[in-house]
Design a protein around this ligand. Structure first.
Ligand SMILES: [Zn+2]
Length: 147
């Protein structure tokens, strides 16, 4: 078992995911419009290619970082991933998801802080409004465990 790091950010791949859904197998037609399925299919494609490049024949775990404002629902992604991974070298792999809170930089406090509510952009320390987000939109595959 070994770990591959620095795999990819998936942000730019979501549009390609929409193309991929045209080729979704007939049995999962009803899921065609699910946003997370597109992402899961990209994930499988990217991870499979990275694993094969490293000479691996099986992926046992994927490590993801998902921001609170990434518009990805972790449970829906897990469900979609099982479907997308079926029959690939990723079948049965676990998704290890690190959920990241929205973090802002407050100029008044000259500090970064995590928002307790990702919809309310106010510094939790001084309550002043801030639009300076430093974390929260991540959608990254950071590493893979392969065999
Ligand atoms: Zn502040």
């Amino acid at each position: 078992m070994k770990r591959l790091y620095g795999v990819t950010a998936l942000d730019g791949l979501m549009r390609r995911g929409e193309e991929l859904t045209d080729n979704v197998r007939a049995g999962i037609d009803e899921l065609r419009d699910m946003h997370e399925l597109s992402i899961a299919m990209n994930l499988v494609e990217v991870a499979e290619s990275a694993a094969r490049k490293a000479g691996a024949t099986k992926v046992t775990a994927l490590y993801l970082r998902i921001g609170a404002l990434s518009a990805v629902v972790p449970d829906a992604l897990r469900f979609s991933f099982e479907i997308a991974a079926d029959g690939t070298i990723l079948a049965g792999a676990s998704l290890e998801i690190e959920e990241l809170p929205v973090r802002v930089f407050c100029e008044h406090c000259a500090a970064e802080a995590d928002l307790p509510n990702p919809q309310i952009f106010r510094c939790p320390t001084c309550q002043r409004p801030t639009g300076h987000m430093v974390q929260g939109r991540e959608l990254e595959l950071t590493s893979l465990e392969v065999a």
